[in-house]
Every structure is written in structure tokens, then in C-alpha cells.
Design a protein around this ligand. Structure first.
Ligand SMILES: [Zn+2]
Ligand SMILES: [Zn+2]
Ligand SMILES: [Zn+2]
Length: 143
């Protein structure tokens, strides 16, 4: 479940391109998120990093996640009362298959959209410009 070095190079470029620095702490957070493949809140991620990085504060984790969201390196979804959960999400257009039992997220390619787009166009005179889809179900290991 490890990301590739080329991916880390792309993180650095994304940071540099927006005037941010990929600091050591931000890299730790990125690596952890990229390896985990599930949605985590700032508090959950902070708790996971507490043993290996005891000096990393919750505020740092939270600010870094928000920055990563603005840089389009993570996706976020509302969780509970006013909290957000974050998922590492970079690279080409794809969708997420989320396991409702274990929380595992698999990236799945975008398929079958042209037929749907034609239906929207012919039946609703709706011209599709973008879309967001997330699938929920039970993963292979949980079923
Ligand atoms: Zn993604
Ligand atoms: Zn599962
Ligand atoms: Zn798509």
C-alpha cells in the first residue's frame, strides 16, 4: 500500500507551484494519508501520529489537511458535527469505492459516463460539464 517516489516528487511540485513549502511535518502527514487509503478526521490522524511524532500538534495537522485540500491533493467529506474527514486523492480523474464496514477506499476508473451524458442531454437538455461520484458498498475482504 505504498505510494511511489514519483508521487512524492509531484507533491513537491504542487506545493512549490502555489508558493507553499513541503516541510518535514507536512511530508509526514502526506505519507501517512497516502498509505492509509481511508477517510480520517484531523483528530484521528493526529492520534495515529502521536506516538511517532509526539510534538506534532492537532492545529498543525488540521491546517495541513486544509492546505492539502486547497491544493487538490486530498478530498474531504463532512463527518459528524462540523468535522471533516480527509482522503488522499491525487492524480488523474477517478472515483472512490468506499467500504461501509471497514472504511477502506479503492480508487476506481471513470466508466460508463458517455451513455449517461447522452441521456442527460437528450432527456433533460442538460449539458454535463463535470461530475462527482462516490460509491458505497462492501469490499472484497469484508464480504
Ligand atoms: Zn481519489
Ligand atoms: Zn471492507
Ligand atoms: Zn468520472
Amino acid at each position: 500500500m505504498n505510494h511511489r517516489p514519483a508521487e512524492e516528487a509531484s507533491w513537491s511540485r504542487r506545493f512549490a507551484g502555489t508558493g507553499h513549502r513541503l516541510t518535514a511535518q507536512r511530508r509526514v502527514i502526506m505519507r501517512h494519508l497516502a498509505g492509509i487509503r481511508r477517510y480520517l478526521t484531523a483528530r484521528e490522524l493526529h492520534a495515529r501520529l502521536a506516538r511517532s511524532h509526539p510534538r506534532m500538534g492537532l492545529a498543525t495537522v488540521y491546517r495541513t489537511l486544509e492546505m492539502l485540500r486547497e491544493l487538490d491533493l486530498v478530498a474531504s467529506t463532512p463527518r459528524g458535527a462540523g468535522e471533516a474527514a480527509y482522503l488522499y486523492c491525487a492524480g488523474d480523474h477517478h472515483h472512490h469505492a468506499v467500504c461501509t464496514r471497514c472504511g477502506r477506499v479503492d480508487d476506481v476508473p471513470c466508466r460508463s459516463l458517455p451513455g449517461f451524458e447522452r441521456m442527460l442531454s437528450s432527456s433533460y437538455q442538460f449539458r454535463l460539464t463535470e461530475h462527482q461520484l462516490e460509491f458505497y458498498g462492501v469490499c472484497a475482504r469484508c464480504s
